[in-house]
Design a protein. Structure first.
Length: 146
């Protein structure tokens, strides 16, 4: 049986994979850094295939959705409910459901996560908490409208 721990996956995300959950890949609003875009492009995708136009995303780089038999889902979600770019998915996808509440500037677990009770902030390392804060700063620095 496939074990994500074998590919060095973080224990938190093993839960999503064993649950076969892809709730957060439906109607995604995930934002990307320039580095995320570069990583994905290095695997043969063109940014205009998978990114919303900046006008549609308030100046942020944002994943596009597509219509599929699973509904409206991220451009990269396969019909079997698996991420097609799992090994090089954007940093925000790696850290989710840890997000930043922009009103309080605090880290929180996204209400939309199916397992929000299981994913507590304490399950994230100090390093990951630093990463989500740096990620948000980076996203705003790279936003053309700011
Ligand atoms: S890139 Fe992968 S993990 Fe991120 S939203 Fe799309 S399908 Fe889900
Ligand atoms: S909604 Fe929550 S449990 Fe489901 S895949 Fe996303 S992070 Fe994992």
């Amino acid at each position: 049986m496939f074990n994500p721990l074998d590919i060095g996956e973080d224990e938190n995300f093993v839960r999503c994979r064993f649950l076969d959950c892809f709730v957060c890949c439906k109607e995604t609003e995930m934002l990307l850094t320039q580095n995320d875009v570069k990583n994905i492009e290095q695997h043969g995708f063109k940014s205009d295939e998978f990114l919303l136009s900046k006008d549609d995303s308030d100046g942020f780089l944002q994943l596009k959705n597509k219509d599929s038999k699973l509904g409206t889902v991220c451009f990269f979600l396969n019909d079997n409910g698996k991420c097609g770019i799992y090994e090089y998915r954007p940093e925000g996808c790696r850290l989710y459901p840890l997000i930043i509440n922009l009103d309080t500037n605090e880290e929180m677990i996204d209400e939309d996560c199916r397992e929000k009770i299981w994913f507590t902030k304490q399950k994230y390392s100090k390093n990951q908490v630093t990463q989500i804060n740096n990620l948000v700063i980076q996203l705003f620095l790279e936003n053309d409208n700011y």
